[in-house]
Ligand binder design. Sequence first.
Ligand code: FMN
Length: 420
Amino acid sequence: MKKGDSRHASATLSTSRGNDNGEKMTLVLNTLEGDYSEQIKDLLAAKGSEVEIVNTAEMKIMHCAGCNICWLKTPGVCAIKDDYEIILKKLVVADGFWVVADTKFGFIDYRGKRVLDRLVPMLNMYIEIRDGWERHQLRYHPLNFGVIYKGNGNKELLEEWSERVAMNLGGHSLGVFALEESQTSANANGDVTETATPLPEHVVILNGSPRVKKNSNTNKIIDSFSEGLQEAGITHKLYSLSNRTEWDEAREAFMTNDNIIIALPLFVECLPSLLFEFLSTLPTERKQPAKLSFILHSGFDEGHQLRLGEKFLKTLAPQLGCSYGGTLVKGGSFMLRMRDNSYIKKMTDKMLATYASMGLSFAHNGNFLTTDAQKFTGSEQNPWLGRSLFNLVIYRIVKRNFDRFAKEWGCTRPLDDKPY
Ligand SMILES: Cc1cc2nc3c(=O)[nH]c(=O)nc-3n(C[C@H](O)[C@H](O)[C@H](O)COP(=O)(O)O)c2cc1C
């Protein structure tokens, strides 16, 4: 057996769900280094389904770059040619999966988050209303999901996250468990006392999207937001974390400036793994105080979909030695990268103009803790009528548009194709 075969040794792939005997199979994606098989098996012993442990630390798995190729060009097939395809093929025959991960900032660390972000091909581009919320269609079958963490985890937050991820996958949460030596952080809500800092003269902005700058919706948002800053005479310096050559300078700027904004897209209900990775490289102690504010946006337009991410960001600021300047929360940013299309440009001009006015508001208030910022989110959930009509009427219109985009991208397969 060649080196690394243990990473996916125990099950033979079959074309139907379950193991070769047709019994339920649950995948365990162990992202920890070292052998935790016994501890994992002990924890899962009472669960009653066969588990297959895949040790991802021995595999080459990159972070999702948000290219959308798995949705719009080669449906269900990721453009990154690394070992993650092994996992996708196993998920297609599994009933559910666990992620086993170390923790950082009370959440699963970037290695754990990376295997979650790469799940996107398990869903397809089409949007429907499921359980009252906008969700992507399942490409295959429902999957249950649970978390096993090592270290200091914010259990309450991880439980909420696990539930949300499982719902997106059409399944239910298998729960959140700590490995024996782990701890649970006490402060689940990360209450922060607001400290007075002067109004900004200069703001450091980090774009936390893994998508290359020219295609990043976050970048379009930052451009508009900074127009508002400029109007008020505030300067800013932008760093794009998708470009690792900017990381050293971004780190230095983060540690030496007193007013910082991280703008980021919601990725699988929380931060993109690449942003987690960058934050993990910051020195633990900062020399002078700083205010850290966030611009959090997402594909779905319902405000509630971003609230767990917002809750996490509130806990993150003090863990980075900063006071919390609030989070500007808004959904519906998916189309911004397609502004070459005149219809989409017209549709999104208004949204970008509101970001410019929030730039002006930030310049005057120095934070997003204002009523204006709270109102900016819009509705928490689509109104009842919209939800009722969505699957009947709107679904078809949206589907037709996605099919058209896919054709422009050179896609030759149906978007709900099942390649595995
Ligand atoms: C891997 C991945 C996960 C995502 N997860 C979510 C999500 O949980 N909820 C959501 O509303 N949008 C989600 N999105 C959509 C992005 O938040 C949205 O498209 C955003 O505009 C991307 O910004 P960017 O172009 O700067 O990366 C996800 C996108 C990707 C690629």
